[in-house]
Unconditional design. Structure first.
Length: 266
């Protein structure tokens, strides 16, 4: 059963490994309703894997991923579908269907989740979100003819077209010029205010998330090393957070000899 009072997203002691590679190690995390949570961490630390658990594309080896109170790993197919209707997702690589036009890509979730809309209304709605992401008049363009940044924005448009309650963005700003990137940030902030959407924004750039995030969760080596409000995390004296904030560089992998020079995180 969907529990309207449950947090939109909750991870309880989630662990996931691929072969001998432990990617998520006992991760617990609650993402409150109507807030934007940024999940940050260096490349390869499990951010996208975490997101795939939330939408039910991956199952944890241990622990639970609850979305609106529903355990995505054990729920019936029907219930998972009900939950997914409430989620919009931008995959890191855009995951566009190259056999469809730009507009039909964006219309895809509408056709699936809003069969009540006429073709005309659907087209109008798609034109509306194309304007929101500053790609007006691109409805009929083949996606193969889009630039990288345009593909990203089409992915964004597809994630928000149904105005879902929860929107998950995997690296919404990467590969975008600063102006488009700011426009995307503003879109996130205004949608949150106007529609009270719960956003999850994944980024390897902590500074880049400060414009949008209410909360930050930092993953490192498969564990949550810092979690709290943006102010709490940015003021924390956690050494990983400090390094990430001050240099905004990709950190060494665990086991990297450079790690030996870092103080132990307690
Ligand atoms: N299906 C899979 N099978 C095996 N290994 C996987 C699979 N998916 C992810 N991994 C591995 O899990 C680790 C975490 O991957 P993930 O994509 O979550 O990283 P990330 O934090 O999103 O990195 P980036 O910032 O580069 O996107 C990586 O080492 C990756 O190779
Ligand atoms: Mg990723």
């Amino acid at each position: 059963m969907i529990d309207e009072n449950a947090p939109p997203i909750e991870l309880r002691s989630v662990s996931k490994r691929f072969g001998s590679l432990v990617v998520l190690d006992n991760v617990s995390l609650t993402m409150p309703r109507g807030q934007t949570t940024a999940v940050i961490g260096p490349s390869g630390t499990g951010k996208s894997v975490l997101l795939k658990h939330i939408v039910g594309l991956l199952r944890p080896d241990a622990g639970e991923v609850r979305v609106f109170g529903v355990d995505m790993a054990t729920a019936s197919e029907k219930l998972v579908y009900q939950v997914r209707k409430r989620l919009g997702m931008l995959f890191q690589d855009g995951a566009l269907f190259d056999s469809l036009s730009t507009g039909d890509n964006i219309a895809f979730p509408l056709a699936r989740h809003r069969p009540d809309l006429s073709a005309k209304k659907r087209r109008e709605r798609v034109e509306e979100v194309l304007e929101l992401v500053e790609l007006p008049n691109l409805y009929d363009r083949p996606t193969s003819a889009l630039s990288g940044g345009q593909r990203k924005r089409v992915g964004l448009a597809r994630a928000i077209v149904t105005e879902p309650e929860v929107v998950l963005f995997d690296e919404p700003n990467s590969g975008l010029d600063p102006i488009t990137s700011d426009a995307i940030d503003q879109l996130i902030v205004s949608m949150k205010q106007r529609l009270h959407i719960t956003f999850v924004v994944i980024s390897h750039d902590i500074v880049g998330t400060l414009n949008v995030a209410d909360r930050i969760c930092m993953l490192y080596g498969g564990k949550v090393v810092a979690s709290g409000t943006t102010a709490e995390v940015t003021h924390s004296d956690n050494v990983m957070v400090r390094r990430f904030l001050s240099r905004n560089l990709v950190l060494p992998e665990p086991g990297d000899p450079a790690m030996a020079t870092l103080p132990h995180i307690g």
